[in-house]
Ligand binder design. Structure first.
Ligand code: ZN
Length: 136
């Protein structure tokens, strides 16, 4: 079984892309991770369960990454990272949501734990409109 690991993600890189690249470079298709640090700005999304679409919002100010949690699986044959983030501004209030591209890293520390066993594959799920895990 592979060991857990720590990685410092590069300043200026997009947070979601940088996380994805770590797992691509390790060829790791099933894992859980967490990130703490700070970003220069952020884009988060909310999944509208009635309209069945993501609605994103830009937060154009420096924010602490209070907690960014996620997992790694497979979608369309590629390594796919799903991450959510809780971010705090200068007023210490938090915003949170589904992490989107457009979130440049100021500093970020990733802790990741590979998960053994069969890799879940994301497939379209009609009841939710989302690409959810399937093992069949
Ligand atoms: Zn999500």
């Amino acid at each position: 079984m592979q060991e857990t690991f720590l990685v410092r993600l590069p300043k200026g890189d997009d947070l979601l892309e940088a996380i994805t690249r770590v797992f691509q470079e390790k060829g790791m298709r099933k894992a859980a991770f967490q990130v703490i640090g700070a970003v220069d700005r952020a884009v988060l999304a909310f999944y509208d369960t009635v309209e069945r679409q993501y609605k994103s919002r830009d937060f154009p100010e420096p924010l602490e990454i209070v907690a960014c949690l996620g997992n790694v699986s497979e979608k369309d044959g590629e390594i796919f990272v799903h991450a959510h983030a809780t971010l705090a501004g200068e007023d210490f209030r938090c915003v949170g949501g589904h992490l989107m591209p457009g979130t440049p890293i100021f500093a970020a520390e990733l802790y990741a734990a590979p998960v053994p066993g069969e890799v879940p594959v994301r497939r379209f799920d009609e009841p939710t409109g989302l690409a959810l895990w399937s093992w069949d």
